[in-house]
Write a protein of this length. Structure first.
Length: 292
């Protein structure tokens, strides 16, 4: 967990709070309905967004009244959840994340809004109208891999669970490929076949070599912006072991796409937080605001 330029090792947590009596802050949560695929997740996000708007006494809004959206959902179909929010609040800025778990077990997490707490699958939306200028800044904490011969990359050749598990990379078991990459980059000692796998609190085995390192070494897809500059979209892996050698990821992987291994350090995480804070302060100052 990250807070106040510090890295807190597990077990740990952070609380995020705002004191703004002159602002407007509302929230709502919806349970994901029955049904297969992503449609129920999008519907839950649409419903939660509408409920939050109603809680603010608004059935419609002008473009200059768009709220800042604080979003959390249990793991499953986060892309569909974002589509649902965008349908009700097109153009709104969204931040937040998944209520994730180290072994990619959605049943271990819940979301809350006001006095409502919902178990997976569920979506919680908070709409924020601060009374003061604000700025968000996203900082990449990983080194870009480049195009050298040492760059670790592979093509997704097989997936399952709607793309949330990569079964094969370059035709090989994805977990083995990822484990080999992370072991080589991090210097973590390999585990012999006879060594028992570590166990999680839910007694589900994990890969000892990468447990605790997936944040520093995520996979990522590469894309080019309008200026032909490469950007990398992380697909954070899970350290959970599957019988078929698949690798769980927290975003949808697509067969045929090429994925790269990104690299980071704990020091880089803290530096990235600092850089983001500096940029946010500068943006607010440029708009005539002030920050303590």
């Amino acid at each position: 967990a990250l807070s106040d330029s510090k890295v807190h090792s597990s077990p740990g947590g952070c609380l995020f709070g705002i004191h703004d009596p002159a602002g407007c802050y509302v929230s709502a949560a919806r349970k994901v309905g029955a049904g297969e695929g992503s449609a129920p997740w999008k519907e839950a996000a649409v419903g939660a967004s509408k409920d939050a708007l109603a809680a603010a006494g608004m059935s419609s809004y002008e473009d200059d009244e768009l709220p800042l959206v604080f979003l959390h959902s249990t793991p499953g179909f986060e892309e569909a959840v974002l589509e649902g929010v965008a349908e009700i609040l097109p153009g709104a800025t969204v931040f937040g994340g998944s209520a994730a778990h180290t072994v990619l077990d959605p049943s271990m997490w819940k979301v809350a809004a006001g006095e409502v707490t919902l178990a997976a699958g569920a979506v919680a939306v908070a709409l924020l109208w601060p009374s003061v200028p604000y700025s968000l800044s996203l900082s990449c904490v990983h080194q870009q891999p480049g195009e050298s011969a040492d760059t670790k990359r592979a093509v997704v050749t097989s997936t399952s669970k709607g793309g949330r598990r990569i079964v094969q990379l370059d035709g090989k078991p994805a977990a083995d490929v990822y484990r080999t990459w992370v072991t080589a980059e991090s210097g973590a000692p390999p585990t012999s076949e006879e060594d028992p796998a570590d166990a999680t609190p839910t007694n589900r085995p994990v890969m000892p070599e990468v447990d605790g390192l997936t944040t520093l070494y995520p996979l990522a897809r590469r894309s080019l912006n309008d200026d032909n500059v490469p950007h990398y979209f992380p697909l954070h892996p899970s350290s959970r072991l599957y019988d078929d050698g698949a690798l769980g990821v927290y975003a949808t992987a697509k067969e045929g796409e090429e994925l790269y291994l990104l690299k980071g350090t704990r020091e880089g995480l803290v530096a990235g937080m600092r850089e983001a804070a500096v940029r946010a302060r500068s943006d607010i100052s440029a708009e005539g605001g002030s920050i303590a």
